[in-house]
Ligand binder design. Structure first.
Ligand SMILES: NC(=O)c1ccc[n+]([C@@H]2O[C@H](COP(=O)([O-])OP(=O)(O)OC[C@H]3O[C@@H](n4cnc5c(N)ncnc54)[C@H](OP(=O)(O)O)[C@@H]3O)[C@@H](O)[C@H]2O)c1
Length: 302
């Protein structure tokens, strides 16, 4: 594929409704800015930080006066907050369908902690919160003639523990003999990758893919401790791309003609299918089934 150019390659988005989680900063905000230049009807950005959202909305309106942009308060580490966010979005009178959902928000290498509902914080935020949001928004997604869901994973999925996802420990802070924050991050990002494949397999008409954005100096990187920052910088300094470029893969996946994507696939920048690189756990259909059932049970009644 030739070098991606979002100005040239994102098609006209007239009439499209877009929802981006974590649109208040980093790659989510950059995605909103790229997409807004192509005149979608409405972009919803979610997150916890209302002040950051206000600044992004102002930035978008400086370049585009056609697209409406709305902030939806949503803490993915609280299933009650996710439910409320979905209710707020569904109640918007102008929302009849959702064309593009980018599940972008995420935390990385977090210290041991639990979500409000008692799940390991990275798994609860990166996977379970998004799984609930998707579940709630599915009727609106399937009301679109060409629904698309993009889930942000990471090459860091490969750091998952042996077996992929340690289900019996997901309601603990999960300790590991070494590299715990990264094992837990890898586990959650493996879940994002598998979830895209399961959605593609299970939801008729939905195009769902997972994407790695590249290595980008966003809040995720700057929030790391000095040791982790130095390690990443020493092993991958030449791979760093700008925040704008870091958003290319997800806006590509969100807007490319669906005939050009393998539904359920895992993509690295830009638009490169990398299912061939997946390990045994990431390919394991039984793990997908187990994650689906575990998630359904965790979200039962919500
Ligand atoms: N940067 C990289 O190099 C890289 C590499 C691989 C994968 N990724 C993936 O890319 C995605 C975006 O990350 P980023 O690099 O843009 O990071 P970032 O700059 O830290 O932005 C993260 C976004 O997620 C939101 N967020 C965090 N915790 C949340 C919570 N509990 N509830 C709701 N929203 C929450 C934040 O919004 P609020 O603060 O407003 O809540 C923010 O908008 C993540 O899924 C990450 O795993 C990034």
């Amino acid at each position: 594929m030739p070098i991606y150019d979002p100005e040239r390659d994102i098609p006209d988005l007239t009439g499209k409704t877009i929802f981006i989680t974590g649109g208040t900063g980093g790659l989510g905000a950059a995605s909103a800015l790229h997409l807004a230049k192509h005149n979608p009807e409405h972009i919803y950005i979610s997150g916890r930080n209302a002040a950051a959202a206000k600044a992004i909305i102002q930035q978008i309106h400086e370049t585009n006066s056609i697209t409406s942009v709305t902030f939806i308060q949503c803490d993915l580490a609280s299933l009650t907050s996710v439910s409320q966010a979905a209710t707020t979005f569904i109640a918007q009178p102008q929302v009849q369908k959702l064309d593009i959902l980018i599940c972008n928000a995420g935390i990385m290498a977090h210290t041991p902690a639990l979500t409000t509902d008692g799940y390991e914080i990275q798994f609860g935020t990166n996977h379970l919160g998004h799984a609930l949001l998707i579940k709630k928004l599915l009727p609106l997604l399937t009301a679109s003639p060409d629904p698309r869901t993009v889930l942000l994973t990471s090459q860091g999925w490969a750091l998952h523990p042996s077996g992929g996802i340690i289900f019996p420990d997901l309601r603990t802070t999960q300790s590991f003999p070494f590299g715990g924050p990264w094992r837990r991050y890898g586990q959650s990002k493996l879940a994002n990758l598998i979830w895209a494949r399961e959605l593609a397999r299970r939801v008729p008409g939905l195009t769902a893919v997972s994407v790695h954005p590249g290595v980008v100096g966003t809040g995720l990187f700057h929030g790391l401790g000095l040791k982790d920052k130095l390690l990443i910088y020493a092993t991958a300094w030449w791979k760093f791309v700008s925040v704008q470029e870091g958003a290319w893969n997800q806006v590509w996946a969100a807007t490319v003609d669906k005939k050009e994507v393998v539904n359920g696939g895992y993509y690295e920048p830009v638009g490169r299918l990398k299912d061939g690189r997946l390990d045994g756990d990431a390919r394991d259909e039984g793990l997908g089934e187990r994650l689906w059932n575990w998630t359904e049970e965790a979200l039962e009644g919500l």
